[in-house]
Each structure stands twice: as C-alpha cells, then as structure tokens.
Design a protein around this ligand. Structure first.
Ligand SMILES: Nc1ncnc2c1ncn2[C@@H]1O[C@H](COP(=O)(O)OP(=O)(O)O)[C@@H](O)[C@H]1O
Ligand SMILES: [Mg+2]
Length: 223
C-alpha cells in the first residue's frame, strides 16, 4: 500500500537577507496510514519546517512531498489550499482559537470553511471523545488551557482529515492536562485510525506514539 506521507530528499533553505539558513538537509520519511508518529529533536533542528511542508503551508527548496499520493509541486495554489482543508488538520502549541467565538462556533467554523456543511453526528462524536461536550457554549477565555487545546483538536479533526499534524500540542500545558490531551490523541488514533504526526519535547508524549523519529541539524538521525 502507498504510504500516506512520503518525502524524498526534502531540503529547505530560508534566505534571510543575504544569508542562507538551511533548515532541512535531505529528509526521507515514510509514514503509513493509521500511524501515530512522534518527531523529537533539539530546538532549531527543523521539526516545524518539516511539519509546515507536509501540511502544504510552505514549499520545500528541493525534493518531493507526496501526501496521500498527491505531489504538492504539481498542484496550483488553489488546489493545494483545497487539499489542505480537506485532508490535513493542524494543532499548534498556542491553541489559536478565535477569542470571540464559543467552542462550538470555533469547531463549526472549520466545518463550514471546508464546505461540507454541519454534520451533527460527527460533531457530537468528536465533542464526546474529547470531553468538551459540556463546554461548547464557553468562549476560550472561560476554558482552561487543556480544554482550549481539546477544542483546537476537535476543530482540527472535525472534517475527518487524512492526517493530523500537531506541533508541540502539550507545550503550553501542565502535566495533568498534557496527559489528558495525549490520551485523547491516542484514542483518536486507535478508534478512528487517525494518522497523527506530532512534534514534541515531552518524553511522555513520544511514549504514546507508535514510532519516534529523531532529528538533528535538518536531518532524520534515527527512526
Ligand atoms: N520563517 C523562517 N525564516 C527564516 N528562518 C527560519 C524560519 N523558520 C525557521 N527558520 C530557521 O530554520 C531552522 C529550523 O527551524 P524550525 O523548523 O522552526 O525548528 P524546530 O521546530 O525544530 O525548532 C532554524 O535555524 C530556524 O531559525
Ligand atoms: Mg518548532
């Protein structure tokens, strides 16, 4: 079976003024559908850059990315945006919820942007699984960090993306909330066969994944 993610000799160089900053120096990565993969490594080693390229948020300087058999390079910007909305969910360290909207509307907005309309059954299922069913009328300021991150995860998976990309999802949470978020990610992975790629500094977070890859200086150094 074709893997859900395949990268071939992926390189990324950021240019700042006249200085080239190599962020990725040739990453070859294969992720199978349904896998829960942790990505670890020191700050600045290229983890977020890799995630952004896999999510189509930025392009590589060279090399190839295939996501679900689709080559981003071959797509127009509009197609890539559509692909991203339908196939990829993002979760960040900062929860990035819209402050004026309730939890329900933050999640529902993602559904309406995708254009498939409101699916009440999926909504209920996801809210229940993430333990936020009682909090849907709250605005972000009235939620704890852990609850905000669970709403952000609900928003990311409401449209049943092929891949969930998470960049240090427990980075702003205390131990108890981290454990709760991690166990929910694991449930998502096990119950819905959600493919997850999660960057983390937290050894406990890496322990819930099926597989860990370690990066250093823009390369994968161990898998
Ligand atoms: N938008 C950017 N412009 C310029 N340099 C960047 C940008 N994003 C990241 N970098 C640089 O690329 C390298 C990798 O960064 P990043 O992917 O954020 O690493 P990590 O997530 O592992 O901390 C670092 O040297 C960082 O300073
Ligand atoms: Mg980062």
């Amino acid at each position: 079976m074709e893997p859900i993610i395949r990268t071939e000799d992926l390189k990324k160089i950021y240019r700042i003024g006249k200085v080239d900053v190599p962020a990725l120096r040739g990453v070859n990565l294969i992720v199978d559908e349904g896998e829960f993969l942790a990505v670890v490594g020191p700050s600045g080693c290229g983890k977020s850059t890799l995630l952004h390229i896999l999510g189509g948020l930025t392009g590589p300087s060279s090399g190839r990315v295939l996501v679900d058999g689709n080559d981003f390079r071959a797509m127009s910007d509009a197609d890539r945006t559509r692909f991203r909305r339908h196939k990829i969910g993002f979760v960040f360290q900062r929860f990035n919820l819209l402050p004026t909207l309730t939890a329900r509307d933050n999640i529902a907005l993602a559904q309406s942007i995708q254009g498939n309309g409101f699916n009440p059954r999926r909504f209920e299922q996801v809210a229940e699984m993430l333990g936020i069913a009682q909090k849907l009328n709250h605005r972000p300021y009235a939620l704890s960090g852990g609850e905000q991150q669970r709403v952000a995860i609900a928003r990311a998976v409401i449209c049943e993306p092929k891949i969930l990309l998470a960049d240090e999802p427990t980075g702003n949470l205390d131990t108890e909330n981290s454990q709760m978020v991690l166990s929910m990610l694991r449930t998502l992975n096990r119950s819905f066969r959600q493919t997850i790629l999660m960057i983390t500094h937290n050894p406990e977070a890496a322990a819930v994944a099926d597989r860990t890859i370690r990066m250093r200086d823009g390369r994968v150094v161990s898998a």
